[in-house]
Design a protein around this ligand. Structure first.
Ligand code: NAD
Length: 493
């Protein structure tokens, strides 16, 4: 199979996109962007200043009223334009995601598809944003109606693991409903947004409607301090999600803040082993384990534990680790040297705390990519619920295997976690599946499904420390987050 070419080897210095113009940041702080498989420098990203974010907020605020007065059908047509352009650019977007994030090209194509699906759903805004009314609703001859109105400027602060998809959980809905927007991509993967903004520009959105600001803390803080910003969507680690939620509360902003995860996959004694193991590989090793929906703990219940572990081990040994743009790779590198160090630290900790390392991915060498941040599939057995590797988010391709006696034990263990993003059960028994769905306190439940990724027309978020807020990303929840309900009571004398 072929190693696909990069769209470009080097993308230069990232720019901000404000008020319909590409602008250079004046910041003296510049970070190198690295291809995590080759460690080649592929560009630089500026850490924009507070003034630069404030300029984007002002531009979005100035553009708001005219955009709000643009009819929903006209706003939707721009979404149709963007969809067509993104279909044309599909392969380039996927290759850039793979090059800067490290995931395999197939994973990156799946991510690109989900970006487009969110644009498709937002294109239906003429139906999604309709209000409702009741003739004589207040009293005879007095009608009452609800109008679903946009609010102003919104923004998203995004993580490194889905440089394409995460902004699309939010901005198409915000903009289609008549708000204006600012995207702050992860400073580790700014290139995908840079490329997509060229397509947004081509689609013909008016200046100021969608803006891009690169950076970190200084680029984020003004989003809370500026009165024009009505709300912030965040996706990233739990400590930052908590901080964002607190800042939103302090400054009176709407916030939806998605945090970290520690997901368990539970295999019941009647599960169909081949299909189960095949299905869960994508959960453990997709995106090198760097997904908020990644399986991390594997729980075998009863007699199935030993054969399950054996099959998983066999299958894990066959995962081909390599460059994401090499079509024969099943798993790419983790995002950076720092991320690799952190994951290796967790593996060391697992050994130290007494878990048995059956498959050790620490010293993997990928021919031709010796400097890359690769970690091979790693499988621990004899993990106990109090071990660090059973409790904390590792965010790497590491499986912590536990044998348990019953479904009750497995559910009780899942509930010891502060996180509540996703959990899956593998079984043919409807009663067990129903119990699991009913009792488990997670936002995303899989039944014989290991990656519980909601389609664009369904809401997406977790429970507990995996999410702070109420309205989720995507679909109708996103429409509700970006709008308010205005009640009008009308009497004509
Ligand atoms: P992160 O929290 O380090 O960074 C996320 C974003 O916050 C980035 O844009 C970063 O620049 C910004 N940021 C970081 N520190 C900041 C600060 N002090 N002030 C202002 N902004 C700051 O997360 P990450 O490492 O990019 O992403 C991985 C994490 O994201 C994992 O924990 C993963 O589980 C989580 N995640 C969750 C979901 C979900 O839907 N729940 C989805 C994807 C990723």
């Amino acid at each position: 199979m072929a190693v696909l070419s990069e769209v470009k080897k080097n993308y230069g210095k990232m720019k901000n996109y404000v008020n319909g113009e590409w602008v250079d940041s004046n910041s003296s702080k510049l970070l190198d962007m690295e291809n995590p498989a080759t460690t080649d420098v592929i560009g630089q990203v500026p850490l924009s200043t507070r003034d630069e974010t404030n300029a984007a907020i002002e531009a979005a605020s100035d553009a708001w009223w005219a955009w709000r007065e643009t009819s929903p059908v006209s706003r939707a047509r721009l979404m149709f334009n963007l969809k067509a352009i993104m279909e044309r650019e599909f392969e380039n977007i996927a290759r850039i995601i793979s090059q800067e994030q490290g995931k395999t090209i197939d994973d990156a194509r799946g991510e690109t598809r989900r970006c487009i699906e969110n644009v498709e759903v937002a294109s239906g805004i003429t139906s999604l944003q309709m209000g409702y009314n009741l003739e004589d609703g207040a009293a005879a001859n007095i009608d009452e109606e609800v109008i679903i109105s946009p609010l102003g400027v919104f923004a998203a602060v995004c993580p490194f693991n889905f440089p394409g998809m995460v902004p699309f959980w939010f901005w198409p809905y915000a903009v289609a409903t008549g708000n204006t927007y600012i995207i702050k991509p992860s400073e580790q993967v700014p290139m995908t947004s840079q490329y997509i903004f060229k397509l947004i520009d081509e689609a013909g959105f008016p200046p100021g409607v969608v803006n891009l600001v690169n950076g970190r803390e200084d680029a984020v803080n003004p989003l809370f301090e500026h009165p024009a910003v009505k709300g912030v969507s965040f996706v990233g680690s739990t400590p930052v999600a908590k901080w964002i939620y607190k800042m939103g509360g302090q400054h009176g902003k709407r916030v939806q803040a998605q945090g970290g995860a520690k997901n368990s996959l539970v295999v019941m004694p009647d599960a169909i082993l081949d299909k189960t193991v095949n299905n869960m590989l994508a959960s453990f090793y997709g995106c090198a384990g760097q997904r908020c929906l990644a399986g991390s703990n594997l729980i075998g219940v009863g007699d199935i534990a030993e054969p399950l572990l054996k099959k998983l081990l066999d299958a894990s040994q066959k995962i081909k680790v390599g460059y994401g743009l090499d079509e024969s790779s099943n798993m790419g590198p983790v995002i950076s040297g720092a991320a690799k160090k952190k994951v290796l630290g967790y593996i060391d900790k697992g050994v130290e705390e007494g878990a048995k390392l059956l498959l050790d991915g620490r010293n993997i060498k990928v021919p031709g990519y010796e400097k890359g941040h690769f970690i091979g599939p790693t499988v621990f057995k004899d993990v106990s619920p109090d071990m660090t590797i059973a409790k904390e988010e590792i965010f790497g391709p590491v499986v912590s295997f536990m044998a348990m006696d019953s479904l009750d034990d497995a559910i009780e263990f899942i509930h010891t976690s502060p996180f509540g993003n996703a959990a899956s059960i593998y079984t043919q028994n409807g009663k067990w599946a129903r119990d699991f769905r009913y009792r488990v306190q997670c936002g995303n439940i899989g039944i014989n499904v290991g990656v519980v990724a909601a389609m664009a027309y369904f809401p997406f978020a977790g429970y507990k420390d995996s999410f702070f807020g109420d309205l989720h990303g995507q679909g109708k929840d996103a429409v509700a987050f970006f709008t308010d309900r205005k009640v009008v009571i009308t009497r004509w004398f």
